[in-house]
Design a protein around this ligand. Structure first.
Ligand SMILES: Nc1nc2c([nH]c(=O)n2[C@H]2C[C@H](O)[C@@H](COP(=O)(O)OP(=O)(O)OP(=O)(O)O)O2)c(=O)[nH]1
Length: 293
């Protein structure tokens, strides 16, 4: 098996870098001039990839234009990975591993493949592919850096994944008109000078009349809105960041203070709710969270 690895530091939190790795622009820029076609696993999931999505592209090195199809297996704040489902290699796996802090993130990109036709095939594949892959990975890290560093400057909206007895608390909006009837997680904008933890606690009190204790984070961040600028990088907008939290009381009784309805949902019901588009991108991470409880 052949491996090519490339690393880079990015001045943005690990959850934000995870979001940038999922952006369709990252795949498209990384693959350079080759035509990229997306197959979406879920409707309404916008510009971030979700597990199950497929990318079809052509390998561009001179004299070797072959079609490849990769399927995304994982997309969270620790790793993004995809595997070959169709193409001329016996096996191909792409992984982006993330490690870091609230400020800086180390991205380690790796591609592992097994070529057909024994030693000869290995030699040809390595000679042709290695240089192209290194260039592709460097481009990819550059795109991720530009997106993540811009998103890291955005105002944060916290969302809260409150889990109790294996179920997640979702709430249905009744305003504004374009969001009415759709489901989201408790939360809202972090106020100036407020910590994200404090915002989680305040919003849950305001919206649900419920005391919660934040316990960690889940999923990647998700950009909300933002206009594309001349440089092709979006500007403005906000960043949704999910926290996990537990009710402070053993028998929580949340009330829909500002919302139309509340519902405790289990893992099998998650995908069926009509989530806001940003939240739909986090359903796979919320499902994993529920399976862990
Ligand atoms: N609270 C919350 N907002 C979300 C989620 N997903 C999502 O796209 N958003 C968007 C909707 C809004 O544009 C923005 C947050 O606004 P908001 O109305 O909930 O909170 P806010 O504190 O800014 O406003 P408000 O409570 O004073 O009305 O983030 C989510 O899961 N929870």
């Amino acid at each position: 098996m052949a491996t090519v690895r490339s690393t880079g530091w990015i001045d943005a939190p690990v959850n934000t870098v995870g979001a940038a790795l999922r952006h369709t622009r990252t795949a498209e820029r990384g693959l350079g001039a080759s035509r990229v076609v997306r197959g979406r696993a879920a409707a309404g999931t916008g510009e971030l990839f979700v597990p199950g999505d497929e990318i079809t592209f052509r390998l561009p090195p001179a004299g070797l234009s072959v079609g490849m199809r990769m399927r995304l297996e994982r997309a969270d704040a620790q790793a993004l990975s995809s595997v070959l489902v169709q193409g001329p290699l016996r096996q191909l796996r792409h992984e982006s591993m993330l490690a870091g802090t609230n400020r800086r993130t180390l991205v380690t990109e790796s591609l592992e493949w097994t070529a057909p036709f024994g030693a000869f095939g290995r030699l040809v594949a390595t000679a042709v592919l290695r240089r192209w892959i290194l260039g592709m990975l460097a481009q990819r890290i550059g795109t991720v850096r530009a997106l993540a560093q811009e998103w890291a400057r955005r105002p944060v909206v916290v969302g809260t994944a409150i889990v109790h007895r294996g179920r997640l608390l979702a709430q249905q909006r009744h305003y504004p008109a374009r969001h009415a009837g759709r489901w989201e997680l408790p939360g809202g904008r972090v106020e100036p000078g407020e910590s994200e933890h404090d915002a989680v606690v305040r919003e849950c009190k305001e919206e649900l009349d419920l005391e919660v204790v934040p316990t960690g984070r889940v999923g990647t961040d998700v950009p909300i809105g933002g206009e594309p600028s001349a440089a092709g990088v979006s500007a403005g907008g906000m960043l949704l960041r999910l926290y996990t939290a537990e009710p402070a009381e053993p028998s929580p009784a949340p009330r829909a203070v500002e919302h139309r309805a509340l519902r405790w949902v289990d893992a099998s019901e998650l995908a069926r709710l009509d989530w806001l588009e940003t939240d739909r991108l986090l359903v796979h991470s919320l499902r994993r969270l529920l399976h862990r409880h």
